[in-house]
Design a binder for this molecule. Structure first.
Ligand code: ARG
Length: 567
């Protein structure tokens, strides 16, 4: 499709020297009604320049454009110039490209030489990995993969919540009540139990509270026992998180969390002070942001303690020095909007130009269909339980649909995990997600299982055909129907979908694209026989469906979802 857009720009630029090629490319639209054409160029801007009626301009321009092989038809409809692509050319270019590039179809080099830092997942050590962190993990992972495919150097950072007074509390609780065996057996649950117990007990036991503070001070002073326990809690928690990451197909380049910045904070605070934007308020060091209509950003408390935002300011400076990033994204829930606004503003006021390249990629909360989720611990949802449940529900469905399938368990894991990931990514991240088991596992719905099922169906047709695929221009020329055309146009626009998603940092654009492709494929398949056709048509259609298969695989891979060959 990109080549066709370029061609339009080339055709128009000769006749419209008033516009730049970039302007033209930006203005090209996809008409809402496909019968009008595949591309449309609106003439409103020109109307202003020429002080003429846009419809008249459209007609004049069309009269001047010569026939060319890329377009079957170029015509003026009202104020638009509509372009209908030459199907044979589009088909041969697209299918050939997919067959040649395979899993690399959709890759681009627009990001060459640019680094994008993506801060995502970032759970809190010694606390359960909750649904908010799940959202951050799957959205961040998909964005990382999109940037990666577009040629950017991506640094995936897990900004672990591994520092703060709660670790003093945890050490105090452990020294008081802790049992080694229990901790080894089920670290996160047990640490969480201790955390809850500590908070219950401190309601009446003020000494215990002091004990917690004392331990945190010790931790900051690198006391051997304190550091040892802290490190142990952290390692155990990380092992648990790693298991979840593996299931979701996620990995990180850095696990430098909040603790990493502890010995840099003094320097960070000094730099902020030196930039002359700080003041004191009731003994606390703040940056006044009233001119920006924001509450003041608290940098250092009266007792000298630093804060979450101080560590984030430090991390941003560290990251810029280290990566010289083109962009830094923070994939964090909408509830931290104020935090990021303040932090970005402080960096901006400090005079860092790169502060403009920081972006809070926010997302809405998860709600539950039935208002609750059965867990052992009240309203906190434990992700691992959720993944297990998804897998077992998927297994039930598979047993019913395909009792003879050999590797049912393995497939159920791909389907269950896929359903959870896609259930999240299929909606605009800004929206709240309502978690509903039936919906996300519906094989006919807007779901991962639907895409996976479509993929398996294609694999089975290809297998039945039993011939080696061979791209042949003569066969491709047989492609004539609207059904085929619609599928091919979608295939051709996959690279565009990636770029549109990158543009607004919204992976659901890719998810929605895949649903449309699968729907269009199914429409095609219900109307166009494949295996009973003559050799040429059969070959051409097999190439089409194999290309659909490939693009589904590529798109799902972006989200960390696998597609089984059978299900
Ligand atoms: N650990 C934090 C939380 O769970 C999220 C950290 C997000 N990243 C950041 N750089 N602040 O709320």
């Amino acid at each position: 499709m990109e080549e066709f857009r370029q061609k339009i720009a080339d055709l128009l630029i000769d006749r419209l020297p008033e516009l730049s090629k970039g302007d033209i490319l930006d203005d090209i639209e996809i008409p809402p009604d496909k019968s009008l054409g595949d591309f449309a160029f609106p003439c409103f801007k020109l109307a202003k320049i020429y002080k003429q009626n846009p419809a008249q301009i459209a007609t004049n321009v069309v009269d001047e454009i010569n026939e060319n092989e890329f377009f079957e038809k170029i015509e003026a409809t009202g104020p638009y110039i509509n372009f209908k692509s030459n199907l044979t050319l589009l088909s041969s270019k697209t299918l050939q490209k997919i067959q040649k590039q395979k899993e690399q179809y959709g890759y681009d080099d627009e990001g060459n030489g640019k680094t994008v830092v993506i801060d995502f997942s970032s759970p809190n050590i010694a606390k359960p990995f909750g649904f908010g962190h799940l959202r951050s993990t799957v959205i961040g992972n998909a964005l990382s993969n999109i940037y990666d495919r577009l040629g950017y150097n991506v640094e995936r950072i897990n900004h672990l919540g591994d520092w703060g007074t709660q670790f003093g509390n945890l050490i105090a609780a452990y020294t008081k009540w802790g049992e080694k065996e229990k901790l080894r057996e089920d670290p996160i649950d047990y640490l969480y139990e201790l955390y809850v117990k500590f908070h219950e007990e401190t309601e009446n036991d003020l000494e215990l509270k002091d004990e917690g503070r004392k331990w945190f001070r010790k931790l900051e002073e690198s006391d051997e026992t304190a550091v040892k326990l802290w490190k142990w809690f952290k390692d155990l928690s990380l092992q648990e998180f790693e298991r979840i990451y593996k299931k979701l197909g996620v990995s990180f380049d850095s696990y430098k969390g909040e603790a990493f910045y502890d010995d840099k904070l003094e320097d960070t605070v000094e730099r902020i002070q030196q930039s002359g934007i700080t003041s004191y308020s009731e003994g606390a060091l703040i940056v006044d942001l009233s001119a920006e209509n924001l509450p003041p950003c608290l940098i250092k408390k009266k007792d000298g303690a630093t804060l979450y935002v101080t560590r984030d300011l430090s991390a941003a400076m560290y990251r810029f020095e280290k990566y010289k990033f083109h962009k830094a994204l923070y994939v964090v829930g909408v509830d931290q909007e104020l935090h990021f606004k303040q932090m970005f503003k402080v960096l901006d006021k400090m005079g860092y130009e790169w502060a403009n390249n920081l972006e809070h990629i926010q997302f809405g909360l998860i709600k539950f269909q039935d208002g609750k989720m059965s867990t052992r611990r009240g309203n906190l949802v434990f992700l691992e339980d959720v993944l297990k449940k998804a897998q077992s529900l998927a297994l039930d469905i598979i047993k019913e649909k395909n009792p003879d399938l050999e590797n049912k368990e393995e497939v159920a894991e791909m389907v269950g995990v896929g359903a959870i990931i896609f259930g999240d990514l299929s909606n605009d991240r800004i929206k709240e997600v309502t978690f509903d088991w039936e919906r996300i596992l519906d094989f006919n719905g807007e779901t991962a299982p639907y895409l996976q099922y479509t993929h398996a169906r294609i694999c089975s047709i290809l297998q039945k055909a039993g011939i080696a695929l061979e791209y042949n221009e003569k066969h491709i020329e047989q492609i004539q129907s609207e059904y085929e055309k619609n599928v091919i146009q979608l295939l051709a626009s996959y690279p565009d979908a990636l770029k549109r998603a990158r543009n607004v940092n919204k992976p659901h654009i890719v998810a929605r694209y895949l649903l449309e492709l699968a729907r269009e494929f199914n429409r095609f398949y219900n109307n166009c026989p494949i295996l009973n056709e003559n050799e040429e048509v059969k070959n051409a259609r097999l190439i089409i469906i194999d290309s659909v298969r490939q693009v589904i695989v590529n798109g799902l891979a972006i989200m960390g979802i696998k597609a089984p060959k059978q299900m």
